[in-house]
Design a protein around this ligand. Structure first.
Ligand SMILES: [Zn+2]
Length: 380
């Protein structure tokens, strides 16, 4: 360990000690990273059914193999399985486990299926958002359909009807502050599915998954492949296939966690204080009590990056008013308008180029609560 690194670590430890001292805690534990692995379906809910296999069994086997790989190789990670055997768990129950435990990351594992003559193949990774195509809606419909196994689903999910496209409109207005991290993790997984696992790459996609809506941390859902495709089904039920998919996700998780650690370390050291916020940028403070005198400006947050990117970078080509602020990572934005609808349209037009981009609100150079800002805009 270099002297500088050592000093950094000591400072980090000092900061932890300080905060523990203030809260009155006796012992110091470096908190392990907590991953929730959620094998979809189970018990009375088989999920999709192939010629020989059931989705619930494939999901569980890949989940357990992934967990074992992590336990063997990453001692500083704790794992919670939403189920580790063949039993039924509600979608809300799954999310609650993750929320109660204050997990750092939520990963839901599923297997795809379509009823068509020409059978597609390949793996995809999903984050929460509004569907952009009928295919994407169909995947969410099928996965959300499991709530119909629950007696009180209408009450539990506030009248959400998994089969009605109208129910999905709410996902258009959701602001997910974990979106950038979720999309980043999804990207890492897709790279491994394609490169390491050699699967056909069906990309990172968005749709309205209830289970992801309920969790309060970065979250993704993988569709390992199509159980309805005969060739793919035999891969999915083979131990080689299951191990390869688990190992691919493991590699992605390892990169994600290492990056997260660097990000947290830099946040702990520099803080998120105003001195690191440059001009034409905003501070990361969230504020629900909006100041009525200053203008609220809406922007589209495009991406976050551990490294600083020049606003002239080719990724931002053709965009106006590109800026950034720092909150752990560098967050890049574009657009500037008091009109939420204009910025939301801009966001929609950019969502292909920047999957997971979302609208933020800024007032007096500070990021403010988006719901409060939209409310204020609508009431004007
Ligand atoms: Zn499923």
């Amino acid at each position: 360990m270099s002297i500088r690194r050592c000093f950094k670590n000591q400072l980090f430890l000092f900061l932890i000690l300080m905060s523990c001292g203030l809260s009155g805690a006796g012992e110091v534990h470096a908190k392990n990273f907590l991953l929730v692995i959620d094998p979809g379906h189970g018990g009375k809910d088989p999920g999709a059914i192939g010629r020989h296999a059931k989705e619930k069994d494939i999901n569980l086997k890949v989940a357990l193999q992934l967990g074992n790989l992590i336990k063997r190789n990453m001692k500083d990670v704790d794992i919670i399985y939403t189920r580790d055997k063949d039993y039924f768990v509600t979608l809300k129950g799954r999310a609650q486990m993750a929320n109660k435990a204050h997990a750092d990351l939520f990963l839901s594992i599923h297997t795809n299926s379509v009823a068509s003559r020409r059978q597609p193949s390949g793996a995809s990774t999903w984050t929460l958002g509004l569907y952009r195509s009928k295919d994407n809606l169909d995947v969410a419909k099928r996965e959300n359909g499991v709530i119909l196994y629950e007696k009180d689903y209408k009450k539990e999910y506030h009248g959400f009807d998994p089969n009605s496209p109208d129910s999905y409109i709410i996902f258009e207005f959701m602001q997910d502050q974990n979106m950038a991290q979720s999309v980043h993790f999804a990207d890492l997984i897709q790279k491994q599915f394609k490169g390491y696992c050699g699967r056909k790459d069906r990309g990172v996609r968005q749709s309205g998954f209830l289970v992801l809506r309920e969790v309060g941390m970065p979250s993704v859902l993988v569709e390992l492949g199509f159980i309805s495709n005969r060739t793919e089904e035999s891969y999915l039920r083979s131990s080689k296939g299951q191990y390869t998919l688990a190992a691919g996700i493991f590699r992605a998780f390892k990169s994600y966690k290492e990056e997260e650690e660097k990000r947290k370390e830099s946040t702990a050291l520099v803080g998120v204080s105003a001195q690191h916020v440059r001009s034409h940028s905003t501070s990361p403070i969230q504020n629900k009590n909006l100041n009525s005198k200053e203008k609220i400006i809406f922007k589209v947050q495009l991406l976050s990056s551990g490294r600083k990117i020049a606003t002239s970078d080719r990724r931002f080509k053709g965009l106006t008013r590109v800026g950034y602020y720092k909150s752990g990572t560098y967050r890049y934005t574009c657009g500037d308008s008091e009109n939420y609808d204009v910025v939301n349209r801009l966001r929609r037009s950019l969502s292909k180029r920047f999957p997971g981009c979302f609208v933020i609100a800024v007032q007096g150079g500070k990021r403010v609560d988006i719901h409060a800002a939209i409310n204020q805009y609508r009431n004007k």
